[in-house]
Design a protein. Sequence first.
Length: 398
Amino acid sequence: MDVVLTEWLSAIIRWLHVIAGMAWIGSSFYFMHLDHSLRHHPGLPAGVKGEAWQVHGGGFYQMIKFMVAPSQMPDHLTWFKWEAYATWLSGFALLVVVYYLSAELFLIDKAVLDMSAPAAAGIAFFSLAAAWIAYEVMCRSPLGKHELALSLVGFVFLVGLTYAFTHVFSGRGAFTQIGALIGTIMVANVFVVIIPYQKKIVAAMIAGKEPDPFWGAIGKQRSVHNNYLTLPVVFLMLSNHYPLFFATQYNWLIVAIVLLIGPVIRHFYNSRHAGKGSPWWTWGVAAAGMIAIGLLSAAGPRGVTTGALPATPSFASVQEIVISRCSMCHTSEPVWTGITAAPKGVRLDDAESIKLHASLIDINAVRSNAMPPGNVTELSDDDRRILAAWLAAGAPVQ
């Protein structure tokens, strides 16, 4: 595919993905807040769970929720589904354009598993479907009737998949894959469960029948799942900009902690909105989790031995490593296929540029193995240790 076309597609699709995601997450958070804010009092219509008064934009809103459905179908209904569908469709398109078509750079790390680009893309695609099927089986099995047990099994399921992905794909690819997988589960909850069961309720009312309360209850269950998965999936969407998260040796454990603290934070707000108090302990748990992530992210990349660093190397040897392993992309005229300009404007083709970007070299090639992407230029562990010794000495150029 033409380089310019790929770049434009990536930018446009990413823009759409972010906008759609904002709309979906915003509506999800709003309805969870509304649901927990409902208060029941005498005088409400039959079948109403509760009422909430809200003020916004200079006006007052009276919100009521029926346990199953109103006695008479209104002339117009607003369906909240397209933002979810647009988020997934744009996200999957972005997966194809960025990760599947450039699998050698962003999905594959031959030091983890040497495979072809089609094989990597195939594994990534089919694991999305397989994981969703496994989730559906769990929810529809007897386990689905016990929310706490389902949550614990689901947590172990997602952490196990993350660990497996970090042993198949690059760190960046693994984080993107588990994020896409969780997003797929969330959208499938809308497409396969929530909307179809809402349509069953509408159809029953039009036919003059009493809707089955189970249809609303199962939709509510999946909506709660989506609510608690939202913060982790947003973290995973953003994490590919931060090498110390995805390209260090305990990256899978970082995801596990995020999968814990995201729901804990949502629990605080859900409890607060429901008038059940403010469980401030959740912020202590979240803070401890973030401290743990900070410590884990400082552990360095997988496979790099610890211990004393070699003697401070000459700048000539450092420059040779950087130019031979990095400057085919990070130069004024990149020679790597598909790259027309130095990524993020970072050039590493002369002494001054290498010194200027020493901190980026530290984060991307010493404290993590984010660079080179997929280690396509085969930067060795010894090379990384030489760079580490140079940085530890203050990055001298003499």
